[in-house]
Structure formats: structure tokens, C-alpha cells
Design a binder for this molecule. Structure first.
Ligand code: BG6
Ligand code: MG
Length: 227
């Protein structure tokens, strides 16, 4: 019998909507205030990882910034989140990336469950702003995940909650850490972005407009001997 996945686990930032850009802008603003700068290339490694892990990587750019206490770091992370919240205030359904709603509808039609596996504590609020919450069978609570991406925990949490075996899961990610997490979970990884960062994805598309449900299923079935 041909194997069919039972759930698609979506990342949010950079997959469902372009909030990855807002994370970048908010971190850049904070970094400038600290007298450091970083570019988009550096930002690739911040994608998918938690707020505090991102801050640690940014502070590591300048050896003189290693003296912050954990309270001071909490304040810096909160400040970044305030900048981020300002940027996402205007998010609305027009900010859903191309192809995403069609893919969610195709999931529903095929009876394939839908879960959210985001590292962001802001994810449920953003999903609401986009008007997409109703599609989702399960949202991973980022504040309860102990080991963030590239650890597989985010993705296995969704599968476990829905009672679905890992090889029956498809994960969709725009970050290198996220694709690594999906692969480590023994799930099928769909990477969205550049081969320079996401060559380890089982199936790679350049942007969300290129996501087609039947194509993902076909690629999953080709790869399923791995499972
Ligand atoms: C991920 C983003 O989805 O969420 C990261 O890719 C971000 O850039 C992380 O740092 C945590 O988000 P938040 O909203 O909890 O600060
Ligand atoms: Mg992402």
C-alpha cells in the first residue's frame, strides 16, 4: 500500500507568514543599540532558534558583551520582543504567504491533520491575526519545549500529542535548524528557501508559492524507504 502522511507540521515565521523578516529587523535594532551589527547571512543561524538562544548568538559577536547577567539578558530579550510586537501589530490575513492557505485546504480535503511547530511564544497570537487558527488540530506551546530546534522535540511533541508515528509526519521549515530538527525526528522535511542553507531538506522549494500538496506527497512517497 502506498504510504500517505497523517499530519503536516508547519513552522510559522517565514513559512506561513513573513514574520522572519520582522524578527530580523527587531534584532538588528537591538544590536545597533548595543553597538554591534549583523547581516542577513548571519541572521540565517538565528532562524528557528529561541529568543534567548538568538540573543546569546548576537552577544557572542562582540567579546566585550559577555558580561551581562541573566536578568540583564532577560531585559534585552524583552526589549527585542517589544520591537517585534510593534512590527507585527498590523499583521492581518493579507500577510499569509502565497500558496499556504491552498495547502492548508488541501490538507483538510485529504484528511491530513495540521499542526504548528513554531519556536515563537508569539505564534498563537500571530495565527489569530492571520485568521488561520481554525485550520489547526494542534499548536505546540513553545514555552513548554525544553530543547529548541535543531533538537527534534518541537516536532515530536506535535506528533505525540496527535498520536501519530514520526515517519507519518511531514514538517515544513524555512530554517536550517528546523530542517535538521525534522530530519532528526525521522520525519519528512520540506525546506522553503535557499539551497545554500537548506540542502539537507528531503524536498526543497524556493518559496511558498511553489508548495503543491500532490507534489509534496509524491516526494514523500519516493523518500519513504528511508523510514
Ligand atoms: C522562531 C523564529 O520561529 O521563533 C526565531 O524563527 C525566533 O527567529 C523564535 O527567535 C522565537 O520567537 P519569539 O516570538 O518567542 O521571540
Ligand atoms: Mg521559520
Amino acid at each position: 500500500m502506498t504510504k500517505f502522511p497523517k499530519v503536516f507540521i508547519y513552522d510559522l515565521d517565514g513559512v506561513i507568514t513573513d514574520t522572519a523578516e520582522f524578527h530580523f529587523l527587531a534584532w538588528q535594532k537591538l544590536a545597533e543599540e548595543l553597538g554591534i551589527s549583523f547581516d542577513r547571512q548571519f541572521n540565517e543561524q538565528l532562524k528557528g532558534i529561541s529568543r534567548m538562544d538568538s540573543l546569546d548568538r548576537i552577544l557572542a559577536i562582540d567579546p566585550s558583551l559577555q558580561t551581562y547577567s541573566s536578568e540583564e539578558k532577560e531585559k534585552l530579550a524583552t526589549r527585542k520582543n517589544e520591537y517585534y510586537l510593534e512590527l507585527i501589530e498590523a499583521v492581518n490575513p493579507s500577510h499569509i504567504l502565497p500558496g499556504i492557505e491552498a495547502l492548508l485546504l488541501a490538507n483538510k480535503e485529504a484528511n491530513v491533520k495540521i499542526a504548528l511547530g513554531s519556536a515563537s511564544k508569539n505564534a498563537p497570537a500571530i495565527l489569530d491575526k492571520l485568521g488561520l487558527t481554525g485550520y489547526f488540530d494542534y499548536l505546540v506551546d513553545a514555552s513548554k519545549v525544553e530543547k529548541g530546534k535543531p533538537d527534534p522535540e518541537t516536532f515530536t511533541t506535535a506528533a505525540d500529542a496527535l498520536g501519530i508515528a514520526y515517519p507519518d509526519c511531514v514538517g515544513l521549515e524555512d530554517s536550517a535548524a528546523g530542517v535538521e530538527a525534522i530530519n532528526k525526528a525521522n520525519m519528512f522535511s520540506v525546506g522553503i528557501g535557499d539551497a545554500a542553507h537548506l540542502s539537507h531538506a528531503d524536498y526543497l522549494v524556493t518559496d511558498t508559492a511553489a508548495l503543491v500538496f500532490e507534489e509534496i506527497i509524491g516526494q514523500y512517497q519516493k523518500k519513504s524507504p528511508r523510514f
